[in-house]
Design a protein around this ligand. Structure first.
Ligand code: FMN
Length: 181
């Protein structure tokens, strides 16, 4: 699929939108991360229609408060064909935001070859965001002080790892526990 790009700049509004607990945001991508499918809840939460999403990367809903390190870790995980779990603050086209707890899994074609990725997202508990938000804020500060994108990702991920070491926890166990609290 031809990669599409967008230059849309929206004015950020510090106002949260909550998704119902019974709802799921679903999307699929090819191996490069170009969106191939979105469900209705995705479009309703992000305030985009299908034409504005299919063929684009999920960075159309990337919020500037999200650290680069989180996405680096996401891609490192799924490229190894492992599933990723994580909290993501997403940007709507009206500038407001919504938090989600994402699960991304690999998808395979009929020959058993990796063909893309599937993401299912649920609404996270406020208690989880209260823990994750200050960690992301610190990661973002570290990234802003870094000399390059690569260094920014490395240093902010090192900070995240330090937090996990302090708790003697693996990343996946940490985020799943937060979601289940
Ligand atoms: C299946 C899948 C789902 C994704 N979902 C999101 C998402 O909900 N929000 C987001 O900002 N990035 C998501 N990403 C990551 C984006 O591809 C991208 O790495 C991220 O938005 C950072 O983009 P940037 O490096 O261009 O700033 C997803 C990636 C995949 C493969």
């Amino acid at each position: 699929m031809k990669k599409k790009s967008t230059n849309n700049k929206v004015m950020i509004i510090d106002e949260e939108i909550h998704m119902k607990e019974s709802e799921f945001i679903v999307s699929k991508t090819d191996l490069k991360g170009c969106i191939t499918y979105v469900n209705r809840t995705f479009m309703q939460m992000a305030l985009f229609n299908e034409d504005q999403l299919i063929g684009f990367n999920h960075n159309v809903i990337r919020h500037p408060d999200m650290p680069k390190g989180v996405f680096k870790f996401l891609w490192m995980t799924i490229k190894k064909e492992r599933e990723f779990f994580g909290f993501v603050k997403n940007l709507r086209s009206d500038g407001r935001y919504y938090w989600i707890f994402a699960n991304i899994t690999p998808e395979y074609n009929e020959h058993g070859k990796l063909s893309g990725y599937l993401s299912v997202r649920r609404t996270p508990p406020a208690s989880a965001i209260a823990v994750i938000q200050p960690i992301y804020e610190r990661m973002l500060q570290i990234e802003k002080a870094a000399t390059s994108k690569k260094v920014a990702e490395e240093q902010s991920l090192a900070f995240l790892q330090q937090q996990l070491d302090n708790l003697s926890m693996e990343y996946q166990q940490f985020v799943i526990n937060l979601f289940n609290e």
